[in-house]
Each structure stands twice: as structure tokens, then as C-alpha cells.
Design a protein around this ligand. Structure first.
Ligand code: ADP
Ligand code: MG
Ligand code: MG
Length: 892
């Protein structure tokens, strides 16, 4: 096994072995770009070291051989006293990770070789500056010292000199600092700064390996679902110096604007500086475009290299470079991060440039980015620019929210009931804040990260949330928010929070609808000449996705208005129409009568009251989805949801009794409520069980559907109703309901002399249903996976309870990377889906299969549903574009 690769031996496809940085350094080397020579120690070596605690025995010799070769190429030896070869030791895993050790520059300098470097370069200051940087970085990252002690010493040296920037320190100052730093190393670690260059290098390599298992890195990987056993590579790269005077410098650049995708010159440059200086903000950088004046040949060469890289990687790249006395060196490149808007624009730009095809363009964007673009946002022209920003935190749940500041949930609820918009501001939230969070437009906390209670619950609710705005002080006693600048936001003052950027503003920032939503709504046209560039790009990408996807996309919609919007957003039918909403409001008393009915007549009367109301609802719905399938689910929730609250009713009856005027009806109602009260309603009398226990309920609903369909038919429409039975656990339940339903349908058909082609199927949302799918399919025309309930029943999680209670802890401990209610749990719940698909189709090859849980609009889950062979996904109207896009990406 080979543990070390020269930069000339690797390429960009070896990221697993060489890490991202190493693979791309090799790629640039082989493209003939000016990369300082060096070699990469593989992730395999790291894995051996992490597994056994020892470096692989062969590694030392291999490193020596590669170092020898490097020294021959460079014509000097590592740390050679009169002319030292210096190297950087740079970590580079497959994915870049916070918490990993980064980089030590200038390895090879010592008390002796610093003089050699000074003589060779003719620059004393440069040599001592490089040496003090080495000791500083080495102490900080390899020896685990607190970096503060060095920066304090540096600040001291500057103030002693009355200097405002490191550039004003001269050779003697730098020498003094190097001595001081060495002294600090001894004092803090009890050992001398190592003078042997090879020892410096070996220690740095080991430190990189060890940093793989740092706490922060481990946690990050668990949360991002990066495997823990990948290991990191280490790059040893010969040094080039941007700190050799004004004709030297260092910079970063993008091949196009990562915010908009626009082509142009984007980047920053800093003269006479090394490494991280340019991003560390120690001095003011200049815009990359100014390099043209400073050093035209290097600038021209850089522009050419950027073009080479873009054409080669066929994507936006970001770049680190250094100029050493007029000679340009490339130190890093990778396919760069970008905003959601830029992702869409760049993908279509690259298609136009002929660099990628449409299938590839689809892979360059994703549904999460599209979802981000669909949130309303603060008006960036004027609105945000003039806004009074008072702080920022973590962008935990997207959206733009404006409201009056409130500091407790009680006030949030009270004010929102009286029609105020409020932002709930807390230090952190806990389960007691749930109702307050629901009542608020948005939530702001000063503590906690992306997995904090506030963040997790807000995302679940789809509420805007900024969390961990640490510099803002939340004073719950005095009910105010204090900014570091001394500004105070009192209860009732208006604040605006941006859950997409994490920014917090005092006052009202104007909100504008997303142009992408305007486009989907049909209020903005992609074809117009002056159409927004982003809208044009989204339009084209959606067209590609629709062309290639196999999954159809339906909507979860209960009324004509939602259905119409869903259709505008591209829905190909309704996958879930819940009928429970149709039983609320004034109709509730009819339901009460149904439940309380003692005699057949009373029941009939109640059902007859409900029938025309239901029918009317369905007619509207079928009309708005004319020609497309509409899956209607028969009544699902536990009956007591339609009855008065048990406590309130008990109190009312008790009071009445004490006044001796209890009314008969209330007494009966109370009895019924008691009778129907359940400890675990979720696992109680609901779904098909209800249909089997309450005579006439399901047949009334079926009749309403059939009558509505017949009515639409005779009006010349094309209704395509599908009747869905919820919560089936065994085929016998379905058989009974089916028989009754078929009789009703036949009767309606005969009376109207029409053929309705109604189909009858079931939700698969209980483990038993999934396991016995081969039986259930005998009796079902379709399955629709109810993955919300299936997740609840497979995990024995009550969604309403667990998300607010222990999910935070589970996410923090990395037990899940993401809630199983957000992304389908492929290994558990998904396995049942897969089983039911196979068994169901084995029984009935033409079985239609879909999913109607919230997972139908989740990107990762959509890919899973594509893979297991469903026919469609169904999701809320706003997620339809996301599902279309992801279905396209899954198929492309
Ligand atoms: P990170 O992953 O944090 O970007 P890098 O390994 O890229 O860490 O290095 C940190 C900084 O040091 C970067 O600015 C990089 O360009 C610079 N650097 C790394 N190696 C060398 C080298 N051999 N010569 C000069 N500068 C270097
Ligand atoms: Mg870098
Ligand atoms: Mg359900």
C-alpha cells in the first residue's frame, strides 16, 4: 500500500484518498499550473494511525523518500542552515470541517536557518517575520496553546512602537517577537520549541491526524452525517512567500460572483502578506481588480488560469494564490460555495456556455435551494440597506418576520389573539414556549445553535427563527433586549428578523414576495425580455426537471383554493384531501348529534344533514382539479376531537348541577365525552376503526363523493376521485368497507346512469399494513404511504410530544442528523415502504403507489421514493416545485 503521493501523481477524482485540497493541488499541477511542489499523505495512513495509535511503519520511509525528491527538485534541504527549504503542513479531508487543525506555515525554520533565510532573501525582516509566524502557528495548533497569548504579545509589540499595523514592525521587532514566542512556548508547554525541522514536520503531521478526532470535528460529522472513519489527508507543500515586500502578496478569488453567478473579477488581495492574513482582516485588502495596476503580468496570468480552471472544472471555482516577487503561485482551488440564487443562474449560464448539459445542470441545484428562494424576503433595494441592524445570530429557520417584541409566551399569545404580529424573544426556548412560538411570526433567541430547541421546533412549525444571537442581551425581567451598542428594544417595539441570513433589525423592514413565487403563481413571466435573471433560470431548470422526472407530483389540499394554487404550482392531482376540516365550524353540532344518536332515526338525520354539505365541498374540489386524480381520505382523527373539551364540559355541568339547572343535552354530551375519552387517542378509535364502529359514517362520505362525481359528470366535467381508507391494519377491515362502499357507488351510478370509475385504496401507515401488503393489495386499487403516521408508529414517537421534548438532545448527541419527520428514516420506515411496494406489486402489478406524508416534499426523501419505484409523491402546495425539481434530479 502506498501512503504518499507526489502532487504529480494524484488527480481531482482521488478525494477519498488525497482529501479535497490534495486532489485539487494534484489536478492543478497536472494542468501545468504553477503549484509549489509537494506531496500528500493519504487518508489511509491517517486511518491506520487512528485505528492503532501508531503511524503505519512504512510511512516514515515513504515520507523521507518524497521529502528527498522534493529537496532535490528545490535544490535545498528542509531547514538547511544557509538556505532552508521551508514547507507548509496542511490538513485536507474529503469535506472541509470546522474544528479540524488547519495549517502550519514556514516549517523548517530554526534559530539557525532563520539567518540563512535572511541571507538568501536579503531581507532580515521577512526572515524573522516568517519565524515568529511559525512559532505562533505551531504553538497554537500543534502544541495546543491558547492562541491569545501570541496575539497579545503581538499587540504589545505594536503599541510599544506606536504602530497600528504589523507592517510597521521592523526586523528587530520581529526578532524580539520570535524570542518572546519561544519563551511563551517553554512557559506554557514545558518544552522548547523544536529546532529539528523534520521533527517539526512530523509533529505537525501527527497533529493533523489527531485533530480528526477533536470533539468539535466529531460532533460536526455526526450532525452533517459525514462518516466518522474517513480520516484526513495531510499535504506537505513547499513554501512560497507573499511577505517578501511590496511586490509580493497573497489573495483569494472566485471565477465568478458567488452571490449572483455574474462573470467578472471577484476577490481580495493583500500586499506583503502571508497565508491567512488576507481573510483575517489584519489590514485592509484591496479588490482583486486593483492587482492589474500593481502587477499586470501576474494579474493577466491569474485571469487566464481562472478561465482554465472554470473550463476544466466546468463550474465556479474559488482560489487561493500568492505572488512572490512578481511570480504567481496557485495554492488551492475547489468548486466554490454559492448562494441559492447563484446556483440556479450559474447552472443555466454553464449550459449556455456549452460547458454542461441539462442533466448536469439539474445536479448543480437542489430543492433546498429552491425552497430558500421561495420565502418572502426583506426588500434588498432600500429596505435592508436602510434598516437599523442591531445584531445577528444563526439563520435557523428561513423567512422574513416582522412584529412587536414580546419576551414571554403568555404575552405572545395574548397579543396575537388581539391581532398583533409578534416576535417572541427569549434567551432560549423550552417546551413551555410552544404555544407562544405558534402565536409568533418569528422567534429570536440569544443562545443555542442549529439544533437548539428553538431552531428544531421552529423548523418543524415552518416559523422564521434566528437563534444564538449572542451579542444581544435578553433581559426577561425588565422585558427588553439590549444591543452591544447600548440600544434598548422594549416590549412592544417593532423588530424584524431574517431567518435566511440571521440578521436582526430594529423597526419594520419592508417585506417583498419572492420573485420565484410570483413566477410560480403566474404573476411574473419568464419569457418577458426584462424578466428577472433568476426567474429565467428557475424556469429553465424546472422545465428540464419536468421533462425527465418519472415521479408525478400531487398536492395535499383540502379545499378549492389550495387546489387551484397547487395546480398553478404544477400539481398533477391531489394525493391527500383530508375530510376532517369539513366537519368543523357550524357542522360540528351535526357531528355531535351523530355521536350522541341513540336511535337509528337520530343518526340518519345527522348523516342526512352532513351529506349535502360534504357533497358541495367535493364538487368544488373536483371542479378545480378537473381531469386530474383527487384522493379523498375518509374521516381519520379520533372522534373526541369533534367533541367539547372534557375538563371544560365537566366544569360547566358541575356548575349547572349546583344551580340545579343541568340540561339534559349537556349531561348526555358529558357521558359521551367520557365514553370516548382515550389515554392514547393516536392509537385509539380513529381511521377505519371509526368507519366500522359508527354506522353510516363512511357510507355517507362515499355517497357524497359519488354524488359529487356524478354531478360533475353531468355538468360535462371529468372528475377522477379516488377513495382512501385510513389506518388500515388488516385486509379484513378494508374488505368490509369496500363492500359497503361498492354498494353505495353502484346505487349512485345506476340512479344517475353514469360510470364513475371510482377507485378504492388505502393508506399504508401502520407497520402491520406494510408487513401484510401482499394481502391488503388484494382489496386495494392503490396504496398511499402515510409516512407521518408510519414514522410515529414505527418509532413509537408521538410527533407532537417528542419534537419539543427530547429531539434536541437526540440531535445534539448525533443520534439523528435530521428529524425522521423531516427526512424519511430509510433504514427503518423506508425499509417497510420498500417491502410494501414489492409485496403489493407482487399481488397486483398495476397497484398505484404514492406517498402523502410530509416527506413527499422533502428532497432526500423524494430521491428515496423515486428509487423504490413509487408512482407519485404528494405534498403541501408550496413544496410542489421542490418535489418536481427533486424528482427530476433523481431521474436525471
Ligand atoms: P485552509 O484549509 O484553512 O484554507 P490552507 O492549507 O489552505 O488552509 O492554508 C492556510 C493559508 O496558508 C492559505 O491562505 C494558504 O494559501 C496559505 N498557504 C498554505 N500553504 C502555503 C505555502 N506552501 N506557501 C504559501 N502559503 C501557503
Ligand atoms: Mg485554504
Ligand atoms: Mg395518518
Amino acid at each position: 500500500q502506498k501512503f504518499v503521493y507526489d502532487f504529480t501523481e494524484g488527480n481531482k477524482d482521488l478525494k477519498d484518498l488525497l482529501g479535497g485540497k490534495g486532489a485539487n493541488l494534484a489536478e492543478m499541477t497536472n494542468l501545468g499550473l504553477p503549484v509549489p511542489p509537494g506531496f500528500t499523505i493519504t487518508t489511509e495512513a491517517c486511518k491506520v494511525y487512528l485505528d492503532s495509535g501508531e503511524e503505519p511503519p512504512a510511512l516514515r520511509d515513504e515520507v523521507s523518500a518524497h521529502l528527498d525528491a522534493l529537496e532535490r527538485k528545490m535544490g535545498k534541504r528542509l531547514g538547511q542552515a544557509d538556505d532552508p527549504l521551508l514547507v507548509s503542513v496542511r490538513s485536507g479531508a474529503k469535506f472541509s470541517m470546522p474544528g479540524m487543525m488547519d495549517t502550519v506555515l514556514n516549517i523548517g525554520l530554526s534559530d539557525e536557518s532563520v539567518h540563512g533565510l535572511a541571507a538568501q532573501s536579503g531581507d532580515e525582516r521577512f526572515a524573522w517575520d516568517s519565524y515568529r509566524r511559525l512559532i505562533q502557528m505551531f504553538g497554537d495548533t500543534v502544541l495546543g496553546m491558547d492562541g491569545e497569548v501570541f496575539s497579545e504579545a503581538l499587540d504589545q509589540a505594536k503599541s510599544l512602537k506606536g504602530a497600528s499595523s504589523d507592517i510597521e514592525l521592523d526586523a528587530a521587532d520581529m526578532q524580539m517577537l520570535a524570542e518572546k514566542f519561544k519563551h511563551l512556548v517553554l512557559k506554557e508547554t514545558g518544552r522548547d520549541f523544536p529546532q529539528d525541522p523534520r521533527e517539526q514536520m512530523d509533529l505537525a503531521v501527527k497533529a493533523v491526524f489527531d485533530s480528526w478526532n477533536g470533539d468539535r470535528a466529531k460532533l460536526y460529522r455526526r450532525q452533517e452525517r459525514i462518516p466518522q472513519d474517513l480520516g484526513t489527508a495531510v499535504n506537505v507543500c513547499s513554501m512560497v512567500f507573499g511577505n517578501l515586500g511590496p511586490d509580493s502578496g497573497t489573495g483569494v478569488a472566485f471565477t465568478r460572483d458567488p452571490a449572483t453567478g455574474q462573470q467578472g473579477v471577484y476577490g481580495d488581495y493583500l500586499q506583503n502578506a502571508q497565508g491567512e492574513d488576507v481573510v483575517a482582516g489584519i489590514r485592509n485588502t484591496v479588490q482583486l481588480a486593483e492587482l492589474e495596476q500593481l502587477d499586470k503580468p501576474s494579474y493577466d496570468q491569474l485571469m487566464q488560469i481562472m478561465e482554465t480552471l472554470e473550463t476544466h472544472y466546468r463550474d465556479l471555482c474559488d482560489i487561493e494564490f500568492t505572488i512572490e516577487r512578481g511570480k504567481l503561485w496557485m495554492l488551492q482551488t475547489r468548486v466554490g460555495k454559492r448562494t441559492a440564487a447563484a446556483a440556479f443562474r450559474i447552472a443555466t449560464q454553464l449550459v449556455d456556455q456549452g460547458l454542461i448539459d441539462e442533466a448536469e445542470a439539474l445536479q448543480r441545484v437542489n430543492g433546498n435551494q429552491l425552497a430558500q428562494l421561495m420565502f418572502p424576503r426583506f426588500d434588498s433595494d432600500g429596505g435592508v440597506r436602510d434598516a437599523d441592524e442591531i445584531g445577528w445570530g444563526i439563520a435557523a429557520s428561513p423567512g422574513a418576520a416582522v412584529g412587536k417584541a414580546v419576551f414571554d409566551s403568555y404575552t405572545a399569545i395574548k397579543w396575537s389573539r388581539s391581532g398583533e404580529k409578534v416576535i417572541l424573544i427569549r434567551r432560549e426556548t423550552n417546551p413551555d414556549d410552544l404555544d407562544g412560538m405558534l402565536a409568533a411570526e418569528g422567534i429570536l433567541t440569544s443562545r443555542g445553535g442549529k439544533t437548539s430547541h428553538a431552531a428544531v421546533v421552529a423548523r418543524g412549525m415552518g416559523k422564521t427563527c434566528v437563534c444564538g444571537a449572542e451579542e444581544l442581551e435578553v433581559d426577561t425581567k425588565r422585558r427588553c433586549l439590549k444591543t452591544p451598542g447600548g440600544k434598548v428594544i422594549e416590549e412592544g417595539d417593532v423588530v424584524s428578523i431574517d431567518g435566511s441570513t440571521g440578521r436582526v433589525y430594529a423597526g419594520e423592514v419592508p417585506v417583498v414576495p419572492s420573485p420565484v413565487v410570483e413566477y410560480f403563481e403566474g404573476r411574473m413571466h419568464a419569457g418577458a425580455d426584462d424578466a428577472d435573471e433568476l426567474v429565467k433560470a428557475v424556469h429553465r431548470i424546472m422545465a428540464y426537471a419536468d421533462r425527465v422526472r418519472r415521479l408525478r407530483v400531487r398536492a395535499n389540499a383540502d379545499n378549492a383554493e389550495d387546489a387551484a394554487r397547487a395546480r398553478r404550482f404544477g400539481a398533477q392531482g391531489i394525493g391527500l384531501c383530508r375530510t376532517e376540516h369539513m366537519f368543523l365550524g357550524e357542522r360540528r353540532s351535526l357531528v355531535e348529534r351523530l355521536i350522541l344518536a341513540d336511535t337509528e332515526e337520530e343518526r340518519e338525520e345527522a348523516l342526512e344533514g352532513l351529506l349535502p354539505l360534504q357533497e358541495g365541498d367535493f364538487i368544488e374540489l373536483f371542479e378545480s382539479m378537473d381531469g386530474l386524480p383527487v384522493t379523498v381520505r375518509l374521516l381519520d382523527p379520533p372522534l373526541h376531537e369533534f367533541l367539547p373539551d372534557i375538563t371544560e364540559l365537566s366544569v360547566r355541568v358541575a356548575l349547572a348541577e349546583s344551580r340545579k339547572d343541568a340540561n339534559e343535552n349537556d349531561l348526555r354530551l358529558l357521558q359521551a365525552v367520557h365514553r370516548l375519552h382515550e389515554q392514547n387517542p393516536m392509537l385509539g378509535l380513529r381511521g377505519v376503526r371509526l368507519g366500522l364502529v359508527v354506522p353510516g359514517l363512511f357510507t355517507m362520505q362515499v355517497r357524497a363523493i359519488a354524488e359529487a362525481a356524478a354531478e360533475r359528470k353531468s355538468a360535462g366535467g371529468d372528475p377522477r376521485a379516488e377513495i382512501m381508507i385510513p389506518l388500515v391494519g388488516t385486509v379484513q377491515e378494508l374488505e368490509i368497507v369496500r363492500e359497503e362502499a361498492e354498494a353505495v357507488i353502484a346505487e349512485v351510478e345506476e340512479r344517475h346512469s353514469v360510470e364513475l370509475n371510482l377507485t378504492l385504496g388505502t393508506m399504508i401507515e401502520l407497520p402491520r399494513a406494510a408487513l401484510t401488503a401482499y394481502q391488503i393489495a388484494e382489496c386495494a386499487d392503490f396504496f398511499s404511504f402515510g409516512t407521518n403516521d408510519l414514522t410515529q408508529t414505527v418509532w413509537a414517537f408521538s410527533r407532537d410530544d417528542v419534537e419539543a421534548s427530547f429531539f434536541t438532545a437526540y440531535l445534539e448527541k448525533g443520534i439523528f442528523g435530521v428529524s425522521p419527520f423531516e427526512t424519511i428514516d430509510k433504514d427503518g420506515v423506508g425499509e417497510l415502504v420498500r417491502h410494501a411496494v414489492e409485496k403489493g406489486r407482487a399481488t397486483r402489478p398495476d397497484l398505484k403507489l404514492g406517498v402523502c406524508g410530509e416527506h413527499g416534499g422533502d428532497p432526500e426523501s423524494v430521491h428515496f421514493f423515486h428509487e423504490v419505484g413509487l408512482d407519485y409523491v404528494s405534498c403541501s402546495p408550496f413544496r410542489i416545485p421542490v418535489a418536481r425539481l427533486e424528482a427530476g434530479r433523481a431521474a436525471a
